[in-house]
Design a protein around this ligand. Structure first.
Ligand code: GUN
Length: 304
């Protein structure tokens, strides 16, 4: 059996961040302005804390100013609202990210809708969701993970995805739905499958590209894939790994990687696939947002 090409998400992400760093240097020398990304995290979820730290580190690495605010888990909603309003009004802050999930007593949607759309580098505000849906890419900010999925697919298949069948498994606002819009933009034929889809195996069997974003470990079996398909696995699931010792765990995707890599043409690993792309695309969005706020046209940041 031929083994699939492993898509190196770290390498593709590094090309994006190198490109952002170069474009940032040019922007700073042209304008004297340093882009600033502000991130707020509420509570102590360890995984979220790692993501937020990595976002801050990468922001500094590409030449941005990075602002991080960690609020206690019992922070009143009104305090978070006040912080967002302060950041919205501060012209030296170009990009705002509220790490999700928020504690139960805070209404995620209410907070997201408060972020100024032009600073919403997650692309979660309804204005950005609407612009993406309407195909207004010139002023939308695009969610980072799905944007990264498209770049990874292109790294395996080349720039032209026209006519390919894409099956997205998962219909979340963060990944599944925006990924569908982005692959449509690439002239793909897009299917969104989900937990109620009938005969998921048959649907996946018709896919040239599978984007798996359900959050269920190894749910997608290798035997379901069409020979040579490209697999983009967004899942990050922690499962017990007794083979590594008692109480140890490891990360796996939504796709059964070992079985899938016998059939797929190309596949992203977990970790090291989609994960690094999310942060890289956040850096690209931060520069794009900053440039727009200063009346500058979008530039191509993504690598070939
Ligand atoms: N939590 C998990 N993924 C994300 C993301 O892409 N953005 C934010 N803000 N929080 C997240």
């Amino acid at each position: 059996m031929s083994k699939a090409t492993i898509i190196d998400g770290k390498a593709v992400a590094a090309r994006v961040t190198d490109s952002v760093a170069e474009a940032t240097q040019a922007f700073v020398s042209e304008t004297g302005i340093t882009p600033c990304l502000a991130v707020v995290i509420v509570g102590e979820d360890p995984a979220s804390a790692v993501y937020v730290r990595n976002k801050g580190r990468m922001a500094e690495k590409v030449g941005f100013r990075s602002l991080r605010q960690t609020l206690p888990a019992d922070t009143p909603e009104t305090d978070l609202i006040a912080l967002i309003q302060e950041w919205n009004a501060d012209p030296s802050i170009n990009a705002i990210l509220v790490q999700l999930p928020l504690p139960d007593h805070i209404d995620d949607s209410k907070i997201i809708e408060l972020i100024a759309p032009e600073k919403d580098v997650d692309g979660f505000h309804p204005v950005n969701v609407g612009r993406l849906g309407a195909g207004r890419f010139g002023n939308a900010l695009i969610p980072c993970t799905p944007a990264g999925c498209v770049l990874l697919a292109k790294s395996a298949l080349g720039d032209d995805l026209t006519g390919l069948n894409v099956v997205i498994v998962g219909r979340s606002n963060i990944v599944g739905k925006p990924a569908a819009q982005l692959f449509l933009k690439e002239h793909c034929t897009v299917t969104i499958a989900h937990s109620r889809t009938k005969d998921l195996a048959a649907v996946i069997g018709g896919a040239d590209i599978i984007v798996a974003a359900v959050g269920r470990p190894k749910m997608i079996e290798g035997s379901w894939l069409k020979q040579g398909a490209t697999v983009i696995d967004v899942g990050i699931n922690r499962i017990p790994a007794p083979e590594k010792g008692e109480g140890k765990t490891r990360l796996v995707g939504d796709v059964d990687f070992d079985a899938a890599s016998d059939i797929a043409g190309a596949i992203t690993p977990v970790p090291g696939g989609v994960g690094p792309m999310t942060i890289a695309m956040l850096m690209a969005n931060t520069l794009t947002a900053t440039r727009r706020q200063h009346g500058l046209a979008d530039i191509a940041i993504a690598p070939k």
